[in-house]
Design a protein around this ligand. Structure first.
Ligand SMILES: [Zn+2]
Length: 394
């Protein structure tokens, strides 16, 4: 006798078998919409797809209540970190665990949450509405800075009491805080040329490397981490790259600490690039084989264009806030001991909190998200479903 319902298993399998990389969610959205209709509800698709350059919008389902009980938005994202063109995952079960045959991204992040919300809709079907108004949101493009959630129409949840996002691991864990993340996109400009004629050339890849070597990387303090994630430069070994590109991020639970670092980082980047101007002295090398050419002595310099953007704003919920109170009591009703967690990653909850809907995250049985060993635990998914059922139906 498994520790989960067969229909939860089947729904989850139907979802993970359909690839849905960010901005290409259409095929899985069709599966989700078909299931919603089969349960007797009508999904609405918003214009997020068009707005963010994807092929699909957010799907939302309104479930009107009788007027009593809290009004709650529940969300899970239908996109995954799979690459476009990846073959469909073949899920395999071992006890309560599901993984991808051969390893790799299963899509449990966040199809475990999507499956749970669909099962909850099934439980609400035909029930006398003893709950308050509910909104189910199946969002797109969460994995690329939560672009889909940012497009949700705020009128859909105006006056709501709480948001609950299913996008974490253990079903007894409630995420009440997440960091603010700032992204740096750096375009280094040098002067391109032949490797054998380096006079009056500036190697943009070298400027980039020296800059990155000075940036703080890793854990900076208990609240703050940073990372260099992308470096791109160069086309051939005998060409001095005239441009180079890097993406760097820093995230922190403390706004003051983050502001301090962001200013410092901008100073490091601009200061390093300024120093490299001294490498530009010398006569113009011209083309290869033309090293005796005497060109202009006009000063040349490297430069950098830095785009600094807040990817998402952090949040910290009070233990007395509606989503935390609702989830703590629901986890207990479902027979578990709630844990209050601070997350290091962002989610749609960052966006919803920013948009004045107090929103917490509940774990939904996914483990090893974004890794080759990503797995889902069906018993944990079942527990999350029981928690949401207790929260909504009392
Ligand atoms: Zn996720």
């Amino acid at each position: 006798m498994p520790d989960y319902e067969r229909s939860l298993h089947d729904t989850f399998f139907d979802l993970v078998r359909v690839p849905s990389p960010s901005l290409s969610e259409r095929e899985v959205a069709k599966v989700v919409a078909r299931k919603i209709r089969a349960l007797g509800f009508e999904p609405l698709e918003d214009g997020a797809g068009e707005a963010i350059g994807g092929n699909c919008g957010n799907l939302v389902v309104k479930v009107p209540g009788s007027g009593s009980g809290p009004r709650i938005l529940m969300a899970a994202h239908i996109d995954t970190v799979e690459k476009k063109g990846d073959p469909a995952a073949v899920p395999v079960v071992d006890g309560n665990w599901v993984s991808r045959d051969g390893g790799g991204i299963l899509g449990a992040d966040d199809k475990s949450g999507v499956a749970i919300l669909l099962e909850l809709l099934g439980r609400l079907r035909g029930r006398e509405a003893r709950h308050g108004d509910l909104l189910f949101a199946f969002t797109v493009a969460e994995e690329i800075e939560c672009l889909g959630a940012a497009e949700l129409d705020p009128d859909l949840f105006a006056g709501f009491d709480a948001g609950v996002v299913l996008d974490y691991s253990r079903p007894d864990e409630i995420v009440v805080a997440a960091p603010t993340k700032v992204a740096f996109r750096m375009e280094f400009n040098g002067v391109a040329g032949h490797a054998a004629a380096p006079e009056r050339r500036i190697n943009a890849a070298h400027v980039l490397a020296k800059t990155i070597a000075r940036l703080p990387i890793g854990r900076l303090d208990p609240y703050t981490t940073s990372n260099i994630g992308i470096i791109r430069a160069g086309a051939a070994i005998n060409v001095i790259p005239g441009s180079a590109y890097a993406e760097y991020e820093i995230r922190s639970h403390r706004k003051d600490v983050l502001d301090f670092h962001v200013h410092r980082i901008i100073g490091i980047i601009e200061g390093t690039v300024r120093e490299n101007r001294i490498f530009a002295f010398g006569k113009d090398g011209g083309g290869f084989g033309d090293s005796v050419a005497t060109g202009t002595e006009a000063p040349i310099s490297s430069s950098v264009d830095v785009d600094v953007e807040v990817s998402y704003e952090g949040y910290r919920l009070d233990e007395s806030s509606a989503p935390v109170r609702l989830l703590v009591s629901a986890v207990e009703k479902a027979g578990q001991t709630p844990g209050i967690i601070t997350a290091q990653g962002g989610s749609d909850a960052n966006i919803l909190n920013r948009r004045n809907l107090p929103t917490a995250v509940l774990g939904c049985g996914m483990y090893g998200a974004h890794s080759d060993g990503e797995r889902a635990n069906l018993a944990d998914m079942q527990n999350a479903l029981e928690t949401l059922t207790a929260m909504v139906m009392g």
